[in-house]
Design a protein around this ligand. Sequence first.
Ligand code: GLA
Length: 381
Amino acid sequence: MTEQAAIDFEAVHGARPSGVWAAPGRVNLIGEHTDYNDGFVLPVALPHRVEVTARRREDGRVRLYSAQGDGTITDLALDGLAPGVVTSWAAYPVGVFWALAEAGHTVGGADLFFDSDVPTGAGLSSSAALECATAAALDDLYGLGLSAPELALVAQRAENAFVGVPCGVMDQMASACCTDGAALFLDTRTLEQRHVPLDLEAAGLRLLVIDTRVKHDLGDGAYAAVRAGCERAAGLLGLDALRDLPAADLTAALARLPRELAPLVRHVVTENQRVVETIAHLEGGRIAALGPILTAGHASLRDDYRVSCPETDLAVEAAVAAGALGARMTGGGFGGSVIALVGAADVEPVAEAVRSAFRSAGFATPVAFTALPSAGARRVA
Ligand code: GLA
């Protein structure tokens, strides 16, 4: 552990910590709004991460402090935790204590000090990173012996049932299970996963992440509405989930659906195909071939699924016009971030083209950075 982390922890909690755990944010390469349809996703962990310095407490209390917070300590008894009791950022980590206990694990109290460089409200899964860092710390502190996918499921349960956000499983799986230098191919029905090598540097490429700074919030109802639309469509088609609609039956199925549901179904079915095509290209060493797939994925989210916004549309358009091989919004949408696949020499020109387009449109200045596929949740000290 860095001496600084121990000093910071001790200044807040008055004792030495036992260790430091970290969990990353993510971008999703392709496979958007497919996870709650039992489909495929292909996220990549960011180098940006939440770090939690921690120690056990034996008195059944949880004390949480965030370096990005308002300087106060949230102090709670584990007894009597229930959804709705915590409403601040602390609901994400506290939800993990609750979800572990609910699943029958014996977990006592803890002192926790969080420090994060994952942008918040940017569609980069800062919440999943908070949850997964907490889950990894508690797993070690209390010797639970859970696997990375098990930690992800606990984290998702915390978010769904304790925080009250109806997200799928992608973000927590990405934050818990990703590995350095690879994307995570996940079948969200079977939870089967495969690490698909993604050596951007060897291919002379970069993944440019553009945070549009339009704050996205999955709790505001729009996400729940598209999700409910998919479930209704699956029901009308007599399917368990849209995953079960073969691409060959898509046209016939669309004709049987009400006008407002057909485009949602078209997106999900074609998006699953885009994931499968992407995997084939990656496994064939053709990273540059991902470009047009990303841009087609964005068009589908914009025109069929309708979860993009003027800022994400403009970022994609400007990036592609400036030479990006392809670009798309990533994450839940309604704001958040865009990813662009660009040649190493084009990073700055593409980022500048997006900033300039935003200036002309009167939008806030976006924040752009490159990211290499990074590791999932782990003990770091
Ligand atoms: C958010 C959710 C995920 C997933 C994406 C869309 O990030 O948390 O579960 O549904 O949106 O792909």
